[in-house]
Unconditional design. Structure first.
Length: 170
């Protein structure tokens, strides 16, 4: 059976890096980052663009899950509300897959350190700290498998996820 691996977490927690590492570990694997569907200029968030982005994401996920070449589909995004995860699941109804739903979490200090490093390198703007840190508590409330990445590198987080998926247990 195919695996759909959802990996959520606040901005800067390490979702993309962890997913890239996980992609190396799982066979017949594809990785989709929800941020790619928001990469627009100008960046406009309204009901129309939110609906379009969700349609684009679930269209891509549906196609990858339907393709015989792939057994593992990894998707990461800032999924901080249960309604986002539920909407994705509902839009994929009718497809056969096992859902693995993870939230990467970390301490406030670890997140601020990662974001500050990204700001220093020019990867993020300083405003990201004020947008990301307040979202940390949202992930603790979600019905997901929590993986604390405060003190572990992305490769180790990916290995833990891969071991669970290969072992078939959450």
């Amino acid at each position: 059976m195919k695996n759909l691996i959802l990996i959520g977490g606040t901005m800067g927690v390490g979702k993309t890096t962890t997913c890239r590492e996980l992609q190396k570990l799982l066979p017949n694997c594809v990785f989709l980052d929800g941020d790619w569907c928001w990469d627009m200029q100008p960046f406009v968030v309204n009901e129309e663009t939110k609906a379009m982005v969700m349609d684009n994401i679930t269209h891509l996920l549906r196609n990858f899950l339907s393709c015989s070449a792939y057994n593992n589909v990894i998707f990461c995004w800032v999924m901080h509300e249960e309604s986002i995860i539920r909407d994705i699941r509902n839009r994929l109804e009718g497809l056969s897959f096992r859902l693995w739903n993870y939230s990467l979490v970390c301490s406030k200090e670890a997140l601020e350190e990662r974001l500050s490093a990204d700001i220093q390198c020019g990867r993020r703007s300083p405003s990201v700290i004020g947008r990301s840190v307040p979202r940390l508590p949202f992930y603790e409330k979600l019905d997901t498998i929590k993986l604390d990445v405060s003190t572990i590198p992305a490769a180790e987080a990916a290995k833990k996820i891969s071991d669970q998926i290969r072992g078939g247990q959450a």
